[in-house]
Design a protein. Structure first.
Length: 140
């Protein structure tokens, strides 16, 4: 059917002539309501976007005086986050006179990362922040 005939049919029905596949010879067109077609495409796009995994960063806070049991609990939480494929931001909060022992804080973070049973890669080295130190790790 020629393009002119298709346009006349579409106008008589009060619809639009929409090109579906322009690379075909001859191009494939469809007589439909363009607004409805756009609505369905955006709806499908939103649905696909909501199904995508959003790679979030989870956080774990440590302290200089965190007990062994609490550290094992936080280690298990961190491993759970890493198994799900999330990045983990490990923060070390320093208060008062703890700020004088920055080398100890770095070692606590390094030891915590070494004790993890899941292999990790460091996305961001241990950096100083106003409250203490932080680093970001991700699963390999």
């Amino acid at each position: 059917m020629s393009a002119q005939e298709a346009l006349e049919i579409a106008k008589s029905r009060g619809l639009d002539l929409v090109e579906v596949y322009p690379k075909a010879v001859p191009p494939v067109c469809k007589i439909t309501d363009h607004g409805k077609l756009q609505y369905q495409r955006t709806k499908q796009y939103r649905q696909n976007q909501s199904k995508q995994k959003k790679g979030g960063t989870k956080g774990v806070r440590l302290g200089m005086r965190t007990d062994v049991h609490d550290l094992t609990f936080k280690k298990n939480q961190t491993e759970k986050f890493l198994k799900k494929g999330n990045k983990v931001k490990i923060e070390m909060r320093l208060r008062g006179r703890e700020k004088a022992h920055q080398d100890m804080a770095r070692e606590v973070i390094k030891k915590f990362i070494e004790e993890l049973e899941i292999p990790t890669k460091t996305e961001e080295e241990i950096k100083r922040s106003p409250q203490g130190f932080h680093t970001i790790i991700a699963p390999e």
